[in-house]
Design a protein around this ligand. Sequence first.
Ligand SMILES: [Zn+2]
Length: 277
Amino acid sequence: MGENKGKIILQKARKEGFAVPAFNIYNLETMQVVLETAARMQSPVMLATTPSTVNYFGHDFLLALAEKARERYKIPVVFHLDHFQDKEELKKYIKAGFSSGMIDASRSPYTENVEIVKEVVSFARGYGSVVEAELGNVGRGEQKGTLTEPGEAKGFVRETGVDSLAVAIGTVHGIFKGKPNLDFKRLEEISNLVDIPLVLHGGSGLSDNDLKETIKRGISKINIATELKEAFTDGLKNYFQENPEENDLRHYMEAGKKSMEKVVAEKIKVCGSEGRG
Ligand SMILES: [Zn+2]
């Protein structure tokens, strides 16, 4: 068992002051766009799959694709299990071969969150896998979150031994309504107290400048999901508007891919991960 690749690239990012982009993928086409764009730009990359995406693919199918991807693309590629709330489900997939995963117990009280994360971390160690956890709670849509307390983050990392930490500093999952109010000072405090890579969730809709500012202040991994779905879908919609009779999947999927590729390339640039692969 060599050193975990996810751990290596996130530590490199933290040391060198860039962020690893983690793109949520949904099907083969979105996976291809992310891999091809990252390879062209020589960027390390994480491909994130939520529980529903893993179900949609079938985890064995996804693992086979992950192995092929690592062979084919000469960049660091990490498949990451995103937002698993059921620890047994996450453990099952770690056992099956996933090398990186997030246990999200951020809605549980602190001590419960610690217990759950500790258990998953110790399980993952046996398989050479790494674990991301969340402290505080990143909101979703209209649902308000809870910001991460810096002092608590320090204790949490020490108690759980977790490999990376998602922090809540004012971002929201999904489409952002209104102007984001990011707490950069809080992020900086957390980053000064905690020596593991920090993760930004809910970054869709943030300006490039805001994203760059979070990296400067300690974010080493940025999750991108909603903007990818929108770009892919817009590409398809536009294509069908112009070609309502089209029935060749390879033609219209290509339109979705082209549209999403722009977003992937932009985010790689903002993350500063271009040429680091
Ligand atoms: Zn998230």
